[in-house]
Design a protein around this ligand. Structure first.
Ligand code: NAD
Length: 290
């Protein structure tokens, strides 16, 4: 396929590169980041999107997505697919899809899980919102960039799934970290704590696959001085999206709200910026109840 790829940052560059390696003709555009090997550089977003079967965007937020969409939708071929893989608010995803569909395009929001490692290895999970026809058209690309794609329903539902998943992830990471810090103070060895919880009812992905305690469980960012991994800043972004979405539909999310407030403090008023989101553990270690 002829593919335009806009947003060649930490995630977009390896995704575009994998598409090129699979034999697709890929043109890329980014305001600052260079094009990876195998991807031809376009001079503008409109040049990148013109004449493509599929245009993929991997951008920082909903406002930027809306502005790029306003530029490229008018130049895209009738019947082409606009595939946004960024994590953005549900409202922006639905607005962009509506504009794209009104212009005769197929539109999908398909945020990803799996991080930079998954993007490089081609093992991302895509959660997609949009029509059956749109999903079918881009499925061969999901197969190159990822290992799993779930069609979650109409436009915006991919973002809804991503936001709900990451709200659970943020809350669970905090619960895991505060439990380790409590266990320390109760004199419980961290390895024993892991051995029990990872095989008991407190088990979770954050405990079993991404343990926030260094030297315990599988290798994780905790073993690399909490270098991300998944940065606390990005967790804060996703938690804020969960609270914007919850507000819009009047959903009560007390744990999501607390997790948002904690990551906000950690990133904006403490030393969490640029650290992995599991660095909540050293944060709790140092604290008492006051
Ligand atoms: P990034 O900041 O590394 O990349 C974003 C890129 O978009 C940058 O290179 C930037 O120059 C470019 N850009 C910004 N405005 C642009 C414009 N108008 N035109 C063209 N390019 C523009 O971010 P990332 O880590 O690659 O994340 C991208 C998206 O994926 C985000 O929505 C993020 O929430 C989501 N995501 C990231 C991860 C992760 O682990 N990094 C995991 C899952 C989802």
């Amino acid at each position: 396929m002829k593919i335009g790829f806009i947003g060649l940052g930490n995630m977009g560059a390896p995704m575009a590169s994998n598409l090129a390696k699979a034999g697709h003709e890929v043109m890329g555009f980014d305001l600052t980041a260079p094009c990876p090997d195998g991807v031809t550089a376009a001079a503008s977003a409109t040049e990148c999107a013109s004449g493509c079967d599929v245009v993929i965007t991997m951008l920082p937020n909903g406002a930027i997505l809306r502005s790029v969409a306003a530029e490229i939708i008018p130049v895209m071929e009738n019947g082409a697919a606009f595939l946004d893989c960024s994590t953005v608010d549900v409202e922006s995803a639905r607005a962009v899809a509506q504009d794209a569909e009104s212009a005769g395009l197929l539109a999908l929001d398909a945020p990803v899980s799996g991080g930079v490692g998954g993007a490089s290895a081609g093992t991302l999970t895509f959660m997609a919102g949009g029509t059956e026809a749109g999903f079918a058209k881009v499925t061969p690309l999901f197969e190159v960039m990822g290992q799993k794609a779930v069609h979650c329903g109409p436009s915006g539902n991919g973002q809804a799934a991503k936001i709900c998943n990451n709200m659970i992830l943020g809350v669970t990471m905090i619960a895991t970290c505060e439990a380790f810090a409590l266990a320390d103070k109760l004199g419980l060895d961290r390895q024993k704590m892991f051995d029990v919880v990872s095989t008991s009812s407190g088990y979770s992905w954050t405990m079993n696959a991404y343990c926030p305690a260094p030297g315990v469980g599988p290798t994780s960012p905790a073993d690399n001085d909490y270098q991300p991994g998944f940065a606390a800043d990005l967790m804060l972004k996703d938690l804020r999206l969960s609270q914007t979405a919850a507000q819009a539909v009047d959903a009560d999310t007390p744990m999501g709200k607390s997790a948002t407030a904690l990551y906000e403090t950690f990133v904006e008023r403490e030393d969490g910026a640029g650290r992995d989101f599991s660095a909540m553990l050293p944060r709790f270690e140092k604290r008492g109840r006051g």
